[in-house]
Design a binder for this molecule. Structure first.
Ligand code: PGA
Length: 256
């Protein structure tokens, strides 16, 4: 069965207009491999500029714009929040939901994350649902329990069939921004667990869901990680701020 691969750049609260220009000119003429989508997720204020520049360039049709967060509400008195319709206005296609920094710093619960996934799907956008265990949880051998507890509220809210439109990013919290990547074997083992967890409800859907790995992915380790059976690309933080390195990582991804 064919499965989409995705490499997404999560710029977090980094970057500026100059980096947008660099990224767009760096990606001009770049063609992702067959069945690979490339997604760039800058901060909210830069989405419109990125959108305009990528259309003007123009960039390959498999290069898309994503946001790092979204409100679970559609509109109204939610000062400081951004809705799916606003994201669509600026041609955003993907939305990162439930990144571990949102969960730990901004106390987003798995229930709220599930609401956000639902809102994103209802708007016809693609959620990149982030899940992952902390170092203490890994040491206590609770990884699978934690991942299941992060996935279950989403399953309960949207149902397994909708997972065919969801991308999951497995990001061990201890590997994010630390330079400590999970070994390819450890990452594969965890990805396999995630796919099997979904397969309990539908083997067909589980086979379709792109499972991205995130956490200190760089140009050196991406080939080995992306070569694993259940790793369908990556969510890239630090290394995605360097345009040339990001392109190397994108080139390493292969759709199956
Ligand atoms: P990193 O971040 O690549 O800098 O570890 C990944 C992420 O948090 O999405």
């Amino acid at each position: 069965m064919k499965r989409q691969a995705i490499v997404a750049a999560n710029w977090k609260m980094n970057g500026n207009l100059a980096l947008i220009e660099n990224m767009v000119s760096g990606l001009k003429g770049f063609t992702p491999s067959a069945n690979v989508d490339v997604v760039v997720c800058p901060s909210f204020p830069y989405l419109a500029a990125f959108s305009a520049q990528m259309q003007q360039a123009p960039l390959n049709e498999h290069i898309h714009l994503g946001s790092q967060n979204v409100s679970e509400h559609n509109k109204g008195a939610y000062t400081g929040e951004v809705s799916t319709e606003m994201l669509k206005d600026v041609t955003t296609k993907y939305v990162i939901v439930g990144h571990s920094e949102r969960r730990s710093i901004y106390k987003e619960t798995s229930t709220q994350v599930a609401h956000k996934v639902n809102t994103v799907l209802a708007a016809g956008l693609k959620p990149i649902l982030c899940i992952g265990e902390s170092e203490a949880e890994r040491i206590a051998e609770q990884t699978q329990t934690v991942l299941a507890s992060q996935l279950q509220p989403v399953l309960d809210e949207v149902g397994i069939e909708k997972f065919a439109e969801i991308i999951i990013a497995y990001e061990p919290v201890w590997a994010i921004g630390t330079g400590k990547t999970a070994s390819p074997e450890m990452a594969q083992e965890t990805h396999q667990f995630i796919r099997e967890f979904l397969a309990q409800q539908s083997a067909d859907v589980a086979n379709k869901v792109p499972l991205l790995y995130g956490g200190s992915v760089n140009a050196t380790n991406c080939n080995e990680l992306f070569a694993q059976t259940d790793i369908d690309g990556g969510l890239i933080g630090g290394a995605s701020l360097k345009v040339d390195e990001f392109k190397v990582i994108c080139s390493a991804a292969k759709g199956t």
